[in-house]
Design a protein around this ligand. Structure first.
Ligand code: MG
Ligand code: MG
Length: 260
C-alpha cells in the first residue's frame, strides 16, 4: 500500500482545486428548485469548471462502471445513494433530496466533495437524514489529527448515525486523494478491524459518509452506474477533502467565499 503524504505547498494546490469544487457545489445548490433537471445542473457545473481552467474529474471515469461515467456531476435522487447519472428526464420535484458529488482536476491535483440538497420543502425524516449525515461528517473531521487512527473516523460516523436510527453504507468508502482521484488508504465510514493506519501530517483523505434511512444495503440500478437502497428508502451523502495538519484537520473543500 502506497500512501502519498503531501507537502504544505501541494496541500495549498489541492486547496485551490477543492475551493473550485466548493464554489460549484454552492452554485448548484442555489440553482436547485422544483422543475430543474439534473442535466441542467450538470451543464452549469461543467461550464464553471472549464472556465476556471480545470477538468471534471468524473466525466469519462471508468472505475468499476459498465461504461465511462457520462456526467460532470453525480446526481443521486432520494433512494439513489451515489453515481446517479445527470439526465434531462430527471426533473426535481418539491420534497426530493438530491445528493450531488463533484470532483475536479486542477493544476495536477484532484478536489472532491459532495452535498445533499433539499428541493423546496422536505419532510421531517428527510431533513433529519440530511442533518445527521452532515453532522456525522463533522464528527469524523474532528478526529482527523496526528496519531489518531483511520478507524476513529468510521467509529465516529457509525456511532452517531446508528444512535440517530440510521445506517451506514458499506459498499462505498472514502479514499486518499491527491494526484489521483482515488489513492490509498481506503477510508471506511463504519467500524473495522482491518488496516488501521495512524494519521500523519500531509495525509489527505476524502471522507464521504452515505447514510441510509433504512437498510445499509445497496444495489445497482438498470443503468449499471446508479446505486440505490435495497429497500427504496432515502439516502444522503456529504463529503469533504481533509488534510491532516500538525494541529488537526484542514478541510480543503469547505468554501471560503472569494477564494475561488
Ligand atoms: Mg466525491
Ligand atoms: Mg470521493
Amino acid at each position: 500500500m502506497t500512501v502519498y503524504l503531501k507537502s504544505e505547498a501541494e496541500i495549498e494546490r489541492m486547496r485551490k482545486a477543492d475551493q473550485l469544487v466548493a464554489k460549484v457545489l454552492h452554485a448548484v445548490a442555489e440553482a436547485v428548485r422544483p422543475g430543474v433537471t439534473t442535466l441542467e445542473l450538470d451543464r452549469m457545473a461543467e461550464e464553471m469548471t472549464l472556465q476556471a481552467g480545470a477538468k471534471p474529474a468524473f466525466k469519462g471515469y471508468q472505475g468499476a462502471g459498465p461504461y465511462p461515467f457520462p456526467g460532470t456531476l453525480c446526481t443521486s435522487l432520494n433512494a439513489e445513494v451515489v453515481h446517479g447519472i445527470p439526465s434531462d428526464e430527471r426533473k426535481l420535484a418539491e420534497g426530493d433530496i438530491l445528493s450531488v458529488d463533484f470532483g475536479v482536476l486542477m493544476d495536477g491535483f484532484y478536489g472532491d466533495s459532495a452535498v445533499t440538497i433539499p428541493v423546496g420543502t422536505i419532510d421531517e425524516t428527510a431533513q433529519h437524514l440530511i442533518d445527521v449525515t452532515r453532522e456525522s461528517l463533522e464528527r469524523a473531521i474532528r478526529v482527523v489529527k496526528p496519531d489518531n487512527r483511520l478507524s476513529d473516523i468510521g467509529e465516529a460516523i457509525q456511532d452517531y448515525a446508528e444512535e440517530q436510527g440510521f445506517s451506514v453504507v458499506r459498499d462505498f468508502v472514502g479514499h486518499g486523494i491527491g494526484r489521483s482521484l482515488h489513492e490509498e488508504p481506503q477510508v471506511p465510514h463504519y467500524r473495522t478491524s482491518g488496516n488501521n493506519l495512524r494519521l500523519r501530517p500531509g495525509l489527505v483523505i476524502a471522507i464521504e459518509p452515505m447514510i441510509n434511512e433504512g437498510t445499509w444495503k445497496v444495489e445497482s440500478a438498470e443503468d449499471g452506474w446508479t446505486q440505490v437502497t435495497q429497500d427504496g428508502k432515502l439516502s444522503a451523502h456529504f463529503e469533504h477533502s481533509v488534510a491532516v495538519g500538525k494541529n488537526g484537520p484542514i478541510v480543503l473543500s469547505r468554501w471560503a467565499e472569494g477564494e475561488a
